[in-house]
Design a binder for this molecule. Structure first.
Ligand code: ADP
Ligand code: GN1
Ligand code: MG
Length: 373
């Protein structure tokens, strides 16, 4: 069956007009995304997504979280004239459910397509980076008064490196796809550093880092920018959960600081773009200094060191397990991604003093909240 049969799925939702065309959309690694137009020229277009329920085991909890988060954001921005451009809007089904299960047990949801925007896999300018920093900083600021107890964990231990490493060791032991023999160099690099990646967890265990509502998947293509590169909306809210701000900072920097693609095959192209790092940090602290504590600022670099490493661990685990989690475009895609992220991890490790200096210079512009501990 072609994708046009998915038009029937769009009809299950409470949309304006009749759906008439559908195309594949975006470059996410998890969900299948389609753009849907209707016969109403003036009406909104829609974004139909098949939710990956191998990744998100409890779709009810997932959609409930997203509803709570988008309702909260909407309340914060009630006065905004263009609120449907600023906050994701989930369209319920005709029987008022937040998702639809089709005859093949596939899970679907529908949102308003935020018009005249685009997302970037690789950034081009400092002003994009600065806007991105402000967007994620504002996002966290607006959620700072949402009780973390009200939001469920859609994927438990999502950013917990100890959990990711445990899964990696299990994958190594089982070697189910018989690939371990081909990736000894990558395994060695990961194992050599596994004891130095727990700093954020240790700070948290000492009570130095407040648990906040964070996004947890802050790669740059999860922000929509308008044609003037002004950030419009933070999207991909599937992983909004309690977390630490260093996680969001680190994952955003992972995509922003890299001059090449996440999966670049030519490793010599993976170099740091320090001006973009500075611009993101500037924008982020401008928006987030209002709630950040000193300890949180001192944890940011740890996020930058952790995320390319953790992403490598996740990609290599999936490769060893026979590619069951991420969408892949070719047989060795997860290995190619692993190598690119390990190169990036190495680059940030080598430049960490310079990066920390930039964070401290930008943070020195503000008076930060004093830590309770
Ligand atoms: P995934 O979890 O697979 O990454 P996303 O929710 O990030 O899925 O969607 C994939 C892509 O679709 C995004 O990178 C973005 O380009 C586009 N997109 C997602 N939601 C919207 C929206 N509401 N309006 C416009 N584009 C969107
Ligand atoms: C996935 O959904 P997407 O493509 O924005 C993944 C992130 C990874 C990212 C790596 C739910 O993000 O955690 O950092 O790929 N999302 C999930 O590109 O696992
Ligand atoms: Mg995404």
């Amino acid at each position: 069956m072609g994708i046009s049969s998915n038009l029937k799925i769009a009809e299950q939702f409470n949309i304006e007009g009749n759906p008439v065309s559908i195309t594949e959309f975006g470059s996410g690694h998890i969900n299948d995304t389609y753009r849907v137009s209707t016969d109403r020229a003036e009406g909104p277009e829609y974004l139909l997504q098949r939710i990956n329920n191998f990744v998100f085991k409890d779709v009810e909890v997932l959609m409930d979280n997203i509803k709570k988060v988008t309702d909260h954001l909407q309340k914060k921005m009630t006065d905004h004239p263009d609120i449907d451009q600023k906050v994701l809007k989930i369209i319920p089904t005709k029987d008022q459910k937040l998702y639809y299960i089709d005859e093949d047990d596939k899970y679907w949801r529908l949102m308003i397509l935020i018009k005249d925007t685009r997302s970037y896999d690789i950034l081009e300018t400092e002003s994009q980076a600065e806007e991105g920093g402000r967007a994620f900083g504002n996002f966290q600021a607006m959620l700072a008064d949402l009780d973390p107890g009200k939001i469920d964990y859609t994927i438990p231990n999502f950013c917990n490196i100890e959990f990711r490493l445990r899964n990696f060791h299990t994958a190594l032991k089982n070697d189910i796809a018989n690939r371990k023999k081909d990736v000894e160099t990558e395994i060695k690099y990961i194992l050599e550093r596994e004891n130095q990646m727990g700093t954020i967890l240790q700070m948290a265990a000492r009570g130095e880092l407040p648990l906040r509502i964070t996004h947890n998947d802050t790669k740059f293509n999860n922000i929509l920018l308008d044609k003037n590169d002004k950030a419009q909306c933070v999207i991909d809210l599937d992983t909004v959960m309690p977390g630490y701000v260093a996680y969001d900072f680190g994952d955003a920097i992972r995509t922003i600081i890299n001059r090449a693609a996440e999966d670049e095959a030519d490793l010599s192209k993976i170099q740091l773009n320090i001006p973009l790092f500075r611009a993101y940090t500037k924008g982020y602290l401008e928006a987030a200094h209002q709630f950040l504590t000193k300890n949180e600022v001192s944890s940011l670099l740890q996020g930058v060191l952790l995320f390319p490493y953790m992403q490598s661990v996740r990609f290599l685990t999936d490769y060893l397990e026979g590619d069951t989690y991420y969408k892949i475009q070719h047989e060795h895609h997860n290995l190619q991604r692993t190598r690119a992220q390990l190169k990036l991890a190495n680059e940030v490790e080598l430049h960490q003093n310079e990066l920390e200096e930039i964070i401290q210079t930008e943070a020195a512009k503000y008076t930060l909240a004093v830590d309770e501990n």
